[in-house]
Write a protein that binds this ligand. Structure first.
Ligand code: GDP
Length: 472
């Protein structure tokens, strides 16, 4: 299949300055040559690699000129596909492009399938599967952070990590299998110990990679934080204090925050999507009821919930409704109005069963807000962000080593490998036969290999590349 020459229009259809018909394969240059003429009679086949030649595309059958073009010649192997690549830069209109493509197809090229150029780059070994997938992530990136993560993946950051892990697992497998092949050899306890240590170190590395997926998501999409509490405890005041401006309406009449307000806050480079919800309480008024339903939904979706309690009042029945809702989530309980005398001592103690993090703050004076911001990061993503001079915080997370998993397919493969190696470890622990240990390790090896495409089925490849546009 790889011995034919493929072609497609590689630029978006529509009017533009230029449009490109791209060819890849061993006949790319001869096919273009048949259609091309240069005023100085330059031959494409005689051109140096990576040069541009000016001329015209002709229809050899009718002997008419189709377009005035610049043709780039890129000879294998230093090209996008590792094959000979020709790009015909036409004027950017539908007809010149269509007509040129038609001629190319009539003269021996085949219309490329979606993503087929990138698929060839993969099949010819220029990039691995995770890098091929990064191409589409890069094309689709919506934020600077996702663009940078895609670029990092394209440059092989993840691949390198995965290849390193595969080598380590393979060497462990070889070790274990050697003992299986020579059953007379006893494994020395020290040797077994080092196998176990290496296995655990690989398992830890896989876990970090898997965790980076969640963290990558926080940096791409923002950490979703919801502020909840019964009316008048200071939810809107807190939101305003965090944002330093008057976004939510603050009033003394309970139940005035009827909707869910959403704002972006930047804490140490982490985008935090912070939501103030309508006070949670039983209500019969329509607008408020709708607000309550939305609050509950917002809590369900949140990465972190901040429950606000008015520290100047004894705990209220409605406070317990709120506390009940956040018990199952990552949470912070903020005792607000610390500028006023506290209602009772030991409030923290009564709240301890509901949240691990309880802070006293004042939305009015700003006391405790810095600690609250720190806690939002610590509790929300599970650890502090490393101090760094770099602008982009991606990869600055503890232990992530700069590599972030952003693709769900990769995360699933890594999790499967993690499970297989955990099984191997459990098998060693229970002194099960080494054949079982080896089998689980082999499975882990295959699963890790799926990330870079060392182990793939035609089916997986088709699914991945069909996501691409034609011409890429
Ligand atoms: P929400 O209904 O929970 O959104 O509460 P609001 O933010 O509207 O605040 C209700 C009332 O409490 C307002 O009068 C605020 O000025 C007041 N308030 C909020 N936070 C504080 C605080 O930290 N200290 C004091 N003294 N008053 C506060």
């Amino acid at each position: 299949m790889l011995d034919d020459t493929i072609a497609a229009i590689s630029t978006p259809l529509g009017e533009g300055g230029i449009g490109i018909v791209r060819l890849s394969g061993s006949d790319a240059i001869p096919i273009a040559e048949k259609l091309f003429s240069s005023p100085k009679n330059k031959k494409l086949s005689g051109s140096e690699s990576h040069t541009l030649t000016y001329g015209f595309i002709h229809d050899p059958l009718t002997n008419t000129t189709v377009d005035e073009v610049l043709v780039s010649i890129m000879k294998a192997p230093n090209t996008y596909t590792k094959e000979d690549v020709v790009e015909i830069n036409c004027h950017g209109g539908l007809l010149p492009l269509r007509k040129t493509l038609e001629l190319v197809l009539r003269n021996g090229a085949r219309l490329a399938e979606p993503g087929e150029f990138t698929k060839r780059a993969f099949l010819n070994g220029r990039i691995d599967l995770s890098q091929a997938e990064a191409v589409i992530d890069l094309i689709r990136a919506k934020t600077d952070e996702s663009r940078e993560a895609a670029l990092e993946q394209l440059s092989g950051g993840l691949s390198e990590k995965i290849v390193g892990l595969r080598e380590r697992i393979a060497s462990l497998c070889a070790h274990i299998e050697a003992y299986i092949d020579f059953p007379d050899e006893e494994i020395e306890p020290a040797s077994m110990e080092s196998i176990r240590n290496e296995l655990h170190s690989i398992i830890d590395a896989l876990m970090l990679l898997s965790k980076s997926f969640e963290e990558g998501r926080f940096f791409r999409e923002g950490l979703k934080v919801v502020i909840v509490g019964r009316p008048n405890v200071g939810k809107s005041s807190l939101l305003n204090a965090l944002l330093n401006r008057d976004r939510a309406i603050v009033t003394e009449i309970p139940g005035t925050t009827r909707d869910v307000l959403e704002e972006y806050l930047n804490i140490s480079g982490l985008p935090v999507r912070i939501m103030d919800t309508a006070g949670i309480r039983e209500t019969h008024e329509m607008a408020e009821k709708e607000g309550v339903i939305r609050s509950l939904r917002a809590i369900g979706d949140a990465d972190l919930v901040i429950g606000i309690i008015d520290g100047t009042n004894a705990l209220h029945e409605e406070d317990f409704v709120v506390l009940g809702k956040i018990k199952e989530k990552k949470s912070i309980v903020a005792l607000n109005k610390s500028d006023l005398p506290a209602a009772e001592d030991g409030l923290e103690k009564s709240l301890a069963p509901y949240s691990e993090t309880i802070l006293r703050i004042s939305a009015k004076t700003g006391a405790g807000l810095d600690l609250l911001k720190e806690a939002i990061i610590d509790v929300g993503i599970g650890h502090p962000i490393k101090a760094s001079g770099e602008r982009n915080p991606i990869g600055q997370l503890e232990g992530s080593d700069g590599v972030i998993v952003t693709n769900l397919r990769h995360k699933v493969a890594i999790d499967n490998a993690f499970n297989a190696l955990n099984n191997a470890s459990a098998a060693i622990q229970s002194s099960l036969p080494l054949e079982i240990v080896a089998m689980e390790m082999r499975d882990g090896l295959d699963r890790v290999g799926e990330v870079v495409g060392a182990v793939t089925t035609e089916d997986i490849l088709n699914r991945i590349f069909s996501e691409f546009c034609i011409g890429k």
